[in-house]
Design a protein around this ligand. Structure first.
Ligand code: HEC
Length: 211
């Protein structure tokens, strides 16, 4: 009887680990689609500098190259991707937006586990600690240069995360955090943070100002 219980427990644990792993691919795909759609809006708005527009176009091209793999991992059919690449090559932002929206409807992003219900003092402290330790080195320089002069010298600058958190829809900022720390796509390391830690960062960036 006892052994049965233990086995049942182990089976349940293995099953849920597998379910989580599969869910993680689906979630990453959904988040990537949100980020891509956001980048399309940024480019299409025409408010970005020419250099930054170029960086975003390159990032979109990179995202579209890895999208089929991401989709297969999530158990989705990548048949729609080649058409999206053609549309990007034409820089038809409206058509790309429509194509990405169609994919987003099939793969909706659920940010609930990241979005903090409340910005408790503990969460804010955790967010601040992670930021100072792991992010400020790059994203703080940008904070200074943003105030002095808009950074136009890099294709994809390390944005001011405090501003991004307040400017972007929460779900989009959560997706950008999830897709994560990627100073450079070619070295892209997987996001090493838990949902709790991402939620703490999100709460901190939203709450804290920059002096
Ligand atoms: C080594 C420098 C470096 C570090 C450290 C770093 N970043 Fe970044 N980050 C960048 C650069 C450069 C970009 C812009 C390039 C890009 O988006 O691919 C970026 C982009 C981002 C983006 C995406 C912005 C967008 O437009 O989608 C987010 C979100 C982000 N970083 C969050 C973080 C967080 C949170 C940390 C700490 C846990 C962190 N970064 C640490 C350099 C860094």
């Amino acid at each position: 009887m006892r052994t049965h219980c233990v086995l049942a427990f182990v089976a349940a644990a293995v099953f849920s680990a597998a379910a989580t792993a599969q869910g993680e691919h689906a979630r990453r795909l959904a988040a990537e689609l949100v980020v891509m759609a956001g980048d399309v809006r940024r480019v299409a708005s025409g408010s970005e500098s020419a250099l930054h527009g170029e960086g975003l176009r390159e990032r979109l091209a990179g995202a579209l190259s890895s999208l089929p793999l991401l989709m297969r991992r999530a158990g989705a059919d990548p048949a729609a991707v080649p058409a999206l690449r053609a549309v990007l090559a034409r820089q038809d932002w409206h058509a790309l937006d429509i194509g990405l929206r169609a994919l987003q409807r099939k793969h909706p992003f659920e940010p609930a586990t990241i979005l903090p219900a409340q910005a408790t003092p503990e969460r804010l402290r955790l967010g601040e600690a992670i930021h100072k330790q792991a992010c400020a080195g790059c994203h703080d320089d940008q904070r200074k240069s943003l105030r002095d002069a808009p950074a136009t010298a890099t294709k994809l600058p390390a944005f001011n995360l405090f501003e991004q958190a307040k400017k972007l829809p929460r779900a989009e900022f959560a997706a950008r955090l999830l897709i994560g720390v990627r100073g450079d796509r070619s070295t892209a390391w997987r996001n090493p943070f838990s949902d709790l830690e991402l939620g703490a960062l999100l709460a901190y960036y939203q709450k804290a100002g920059y002096e």
